[in-house]
Design a protein around this ligand. Structure first.
Ligand SMILES: [Mn+2]
Length: 317
């Protein structure tokens, strides 16, 4: 029994969802299941290559819905979960009870945990800490910007490794470890330590780079990382640097897309009024109410800057 699991790549909650889902399937549904993982990234072109659904069962966790008839399981909590109205209709018509969606959950891992317990009687109390941290990280429930940026907790260190991973090999190892081990044991693995040390140095450099490029105007931080080799950065750095800001808009070109990231300060004294997923959806992107992104093709820097300028103007109102 081959179980293909498509999960949200470069994301702590995506990896934790894949791990929790695998424990659940092996523990409650198919004890003989063999798992294969595929990390999924949001991009401007076709999301689901037909060849992806090659298992006896195929699952998607923490990522968009697919109407492919070979999809067996689906768990998601993103506001923008459907590529189009036809997919949403297809989901509504599903009667399998194995396609599950609740945008009210702050992490997909917690959602899977709840459904597995309530509908299938499956419990994994040794993974409580994993679920707890998925809620903090995906829901941006840090007590302050310092906790989010200075990376004291094992889960935060692991997030740095997962978000920066080149290729999928190490994330698939982490997904395997997450099913049976504590986060403090995973971060102590020599292989993880080796990856973490240079990433932490780069994280410190990113803080300096963003400090030098970012400007705060009318509550909105804007920065453009074109010309810098930054494939990703801790999204709380702007609020660590500008505690009084409400929103951040950034343009970051990378090898496979030009990304416009839009976020809101989780610790702002002013409650953000704009739904960022709705703004992003207008430009073909998506996300959650408090954080979203728009992906353009590589090389579309001019268009990305236009969109970013429009969004900055809108958020200042
Ligand atoms: Mn998630």
């Amino acid at each position: 029994m081959l179980e293909r699991v498509l999960y949200h790549d470069h994301c702590f909650d995506g990896a934790a969802s894949a791990a929790y889902f695998s424990r659940f399937i092996a523990g409650a549904i198919h004890p003989d299941a063999e798992f294969r993982y595929t990390g999924m990234a949001h991009k401007a072109s076709q999301l689901f290559d037909p060849g992806l659904f090659d298992g006896d069962e195929n699952a998607i966790v923490d990522f968009k819905y697919s109407s492919d008839p070979r999809l067996t399981w689906w768990f998601d909590h993103h506001q923008s979960a459907f590529l189009n109205a036809a997919d949403q209709e297809h989901f509504r018509a599903d009667t399998s009870g194995r396609k599950l969606y609740d945008p009210g959950f702050k992490s997909c891992t917690a959602f899977i945990c709840k459904v597995a317990a309530e509908r299938f009687g499956f419990h994994a109390p040794d993974l409580d800490d994993l679920v707890h941290w998925s809620l903090i990280i995906d829901g941006a429930q840090y007590s302050d910007a310092k906790t989010a940026v200075e990376l004291g907790a094992p889960a935060m260190k692991l997030t740095l490794v997962i978000e920066a991973a080149k290729g999928s090999g190490i994330v698939h190892k982490i997904i395997g470890w997450m099913q049976r081990r504590q986060l403090s044991e995973i971060i102590a693995e020599p292989e993880i330590q080796q990856l973490y040390a240079p990433l932490y140095q780069r994280h410190l450099q990113n803080i300096d780079l963003i400090a030098s490029r970012a400007h705060l105007d009318d509550g909105v931080v804007f920065f453009d990382l074109a010309g810098h080799e930054v494939e990703g950065y801790n999204k709380f750095i702007p609020y660590y640097l500008f505690p009084d800001s409400v929103y951040t808009v950034s343009v970051s070109p990378s090898s496979f897309r030009t990304k416009i990231s839009i976020g809101s300060n989780p610790w702002t004294p002013t409650e953000p009024k704009h739904n960022l997923a709705t703004i992003c959806e207008r430009y073909g992107g998506g996300g959650h109410a408090r954080v979203g992104a728009i992906s353009l093709a590589p090389g579309e820097l001019t268009r990305a800057r236009e969109i970013a300028a429009e969004v900055v103007a809108e958020l200042k109102t």
